[in-house]
Design a binder for this molecule. Structure first.
Ligand SMILES: [Zn+2]
Length: 129
């Protein structure tokens, strides 16, 4: 399971709808480094995405066409004698993205926590300290 892969899809995939859901499903199965790829079955991706297996196959073609997904057909691990496809997600961060889990833009300058400057300093008796 790779939250890192899921985050990169959530932030940078150009796809919407079924293709995006399928890609998130694949990202969920990705190993932490991503080097080994992921090999969820078409059936499982259909369950994740709430669509038919045919729609998943169509989405995979669109994802592959866009370059966001590399597919090695029938090179996945074997489950009960049936070999699934093996997938690699290929979504580089744009140059202004700092990467990491949150994929913030450098320009955003988002603080890690909110600075509260109108904090009410009265204590519970209503006295100003
Ligand atoms: Zn990023």
């Amino acid at each position: 399971m790779s939250a890192k892969s899921v985050a990169s899809v959530l932030h940078h995939s150009s796809h919407s709808g079924t293709a995006r859901l399928v890609l998130i499903g694949i990202a969920w199965h990705m190993s932490e480094t991503g080097h080994a790829g992921a090999w969820p079955s078409i059936k499982r991706l259909a369950v994740y995405s709430g669509v038919s297996e045919r729609q998943v196959i169509r989405a995979l073609a669109a994802l592959e066409e866009s370059g966001e997904l590399d597919v090695d057909r029938h090179k996945g691990e074997s489950y009960g004698g049936h070999r699934t496809n093996r997938y690699w997600i290929n979504i580089p961060c744009p140059s202004d993205c700092e990467g990491g889990m949150y994929h913030r833009n450098f320009g955003d300058n988002v603080p890690m926590f909110e600075v509260v400057d109108n904090f009410d300093t009265r204590d519970i008796q209503g006295q100003i300290r």
